[in-house]
Ligand binder design. Structure first.
Ligand code: NAD
Ligand code: MN
Length: 483
């Protein structure tokens, strides 16, 4: 692609190079430590320009079964018998190999999914490595993690992940599963399979025993075959609430364990006593990070009435300076929308927002001609009943409302089917306590937003899911504990 196809916000283009690694023309399934062909293939593209990056195998029922069998065999014969210290060594090795190839993983993540290289380089890849390091440390200390309990692995885990943080979600899922002695079949999302397949190459390099992790590619049907497979002992899913509900129905009565990380509609609440400039940065990070393709995105902004005009003016000024364009350019703040269908969904909800009477504002700059793009957008004059306030848009669109009292902010913030995350901006510690305990959300940030760490549990209430990932809570979801 030509760098001039993109806007660079007044900066000289500074694209990351793509000549230091290979994306193969085709990828097979990684099953039982071998690359296995499937009857069908599908394409994965670069959403920033529509170019086809690779053709990957489409796993049908037969291949899903093969992968679960391979995981069972590896569980029975090798992995469940290995000491924690030995499992930990593999995880440390994977973490280090990922760090060594960090640049390659960052570039491929950005090409396959559309997120800015700044984010894949500084957030996705380092955090993915951190998850392997963190769980490597626990592998031989599980009895200390859960004092008094007898700790044993669950068995074969079926994992299905989304397209918004493809590598990071793979690390979130695989690292704790392996640390606790389980084996894995993982299915990445259909628009972003490449970094999971590259992770399989790392597992080979790390000498991970065959079948301990199997990577199968495909779309919803492949995911469904995996989660419904009778020999899967636990299902771990991240994605939409609709699919999460279907999975919960399918595992009911089977005895399978499950964790579900679903959608969100987080409230980011700014009080008049907050440090306003910092809050504006936090609002921007909250909703425009990863084009708003973030389950915990701060997609609803609540501003105290007395400072609403000031905050919105500053926010608009800041949005004018956001660089929207080539995701591989190091100056880019907002990249491409992950798929044409996600772009359609964003457009539909934005249209509904206008029709229901909210007031739209977008910065003056344009977006590239080719590929999937949506300008950073905000809506004022929003009502609680508007679709853009109630439904997850999963795009760079912010719905702004005002409030007068903390109680009003809490009531409005909690009036949603979701309960994943939230944010509070205030100078008063007492207000932080009041708001964070009052918000019905699994994760609440105070005077910051979208901060993640492997030691910190993450997960939701209500329709945002069930179970936690990360920290001791996340670890416990991959063990049987008997007291
Ligand atoms: P999705 O739930 O359909 O897809 C997520 C993953 O589940 C993918 O790997 C997909 O192949 C797989 N899948 C689809 N149907 C399945 C089924 N019946 N059984 C098992 N696996 C299945 O999400 P999407 O269609 O890609 O996105 C739609 C909406 O979901 C978005 O607009 C957003 O609101 C939400 N979403 C949330 C997250 C999150 O991190 N919480 C991530 C992606 C999407
Ligand atoms: Mn892709």
């Amino acid at each position: 692609m030509n760098a001039n196809d993109f806007l660079s916000g007044g900066f000289a283009p500074a694209p990351e190079s793509t000549d230091h690694f290979e994306i193969k023309k085709t990828y097979d399934l990684y099953i039982g430590g071998k690359w296995v062909k499937a009857a069908k293939r599908f394409q994965t593209t670069n959403p920033a320009n529509g170019e086809v990056l690779s053709e990957v195998a489409l796993a049908g029922k037969k291949e899903v079964n093969q992968a679960v069998k391979a995981a069972r065999k590896a569980y029975d014969e090798i992995w469940s018998k290995l000491s924690g210290a030995e499992r930990g060594k593999y995880l440390f090795r994977i973490a280090r190999l990922l760090q060594e190839r960090a640049r390659e993983f960052a570039v491929v993540e950005t090409m396959d999914g559309g997120k800015p290289i700044r984010e894949s380089r500084d957030v996705d890849v380092p955090l993915a490595a951190a998850h392997f390091f963190y769980h490597a440390g626990w592998a031989d200390k599980l009895t200390y993690a859960f004092p008094g309990a007898e700790v044993s692995p669950i068995g074969v885990v079926g994992q299905v992940i989304p397209w918004n943080f493809p590598l990071l979600m793979a690390a979130w899922k695989i690292a704790p599963a392996l640390a606790c002695g389980n084996t894995v079949v993982l299915k990445p999302a259909e628009t972003t399979p490449l970094t999971a397949l590259k992770l399989a190459e790392l597992f080979e390099d790390a000498g991970l025993p065959a079948g301990v992790v199997n990577i199968i590619t495909g779309a919803g049907e492949t995911g469904q075959s995996l989660v419904e497979h009778p020999d899967v002992d636990k299902v771990a899913f991240t994605g939409s609430t609709a699919v999460g509900k279907a999975i919960r129905r399918s595992v009911a009565g089977t005895g399978k364990k499950f964790t579900l990380e679903l959608g969100g509609k987080a409230a980011n609440i700014v009080f008049e006593d907050a440090a306003i400039n910092e809050a504006v940065e936090g609002i921007v990070t909250g909703i425009f990070f990863n084009q708003g393709h973030v389950c915990c995105a701060g997609s609803r902004l609540f501003v105290q009435e007395s400072v609403a005009d000031k905050v919105i003016k500053k926010l608009q000024k800041r949005m004018e300076s956001l660089v929207v364009g080539n995701p591989l350019d190091k100056n880019t703040d907002v990249g491409a929308i992950n798929s044409a269908s996600q772009l359609e969904r964003i457009k539909e909800l934005v249209k509904a927002g206008k029709e229901e009477g909210a007031c739209i504002w977008q910065p003056s700059g344009g977006v590239p001609r080719k590929g999937n793009w949506f300008k950073p957008t905000l809506f004022t004059e929003c009502a609680q009943s508007h679709r853009i306030v109630q439904e997850e848009i999963f795009g760079p669109v912010l719905a702004i409302q005002t409030f007068r009292t903390p109680r009003e902010a809490l009531t409005k913030a909690n009036n949603t089917p979701y309960g994943l995350s939230g944010g509070v901006w205030t100078d008063k510690g007492s207000k932080i306590f009041k708001m964070t305990t009052g918000l019905n959300a699994g994760v609440v940030w105070a005077n910051t937003f979208n901060k993640f760490d492997p030691t910190s549990p993450f997960g939701g209430y209500k329709e945002s899911g069930i179970g936690r990932e990360g920290g001791l809570h996340g670890l416990s979801a991959y063990c049987n504990l008997s007291h």
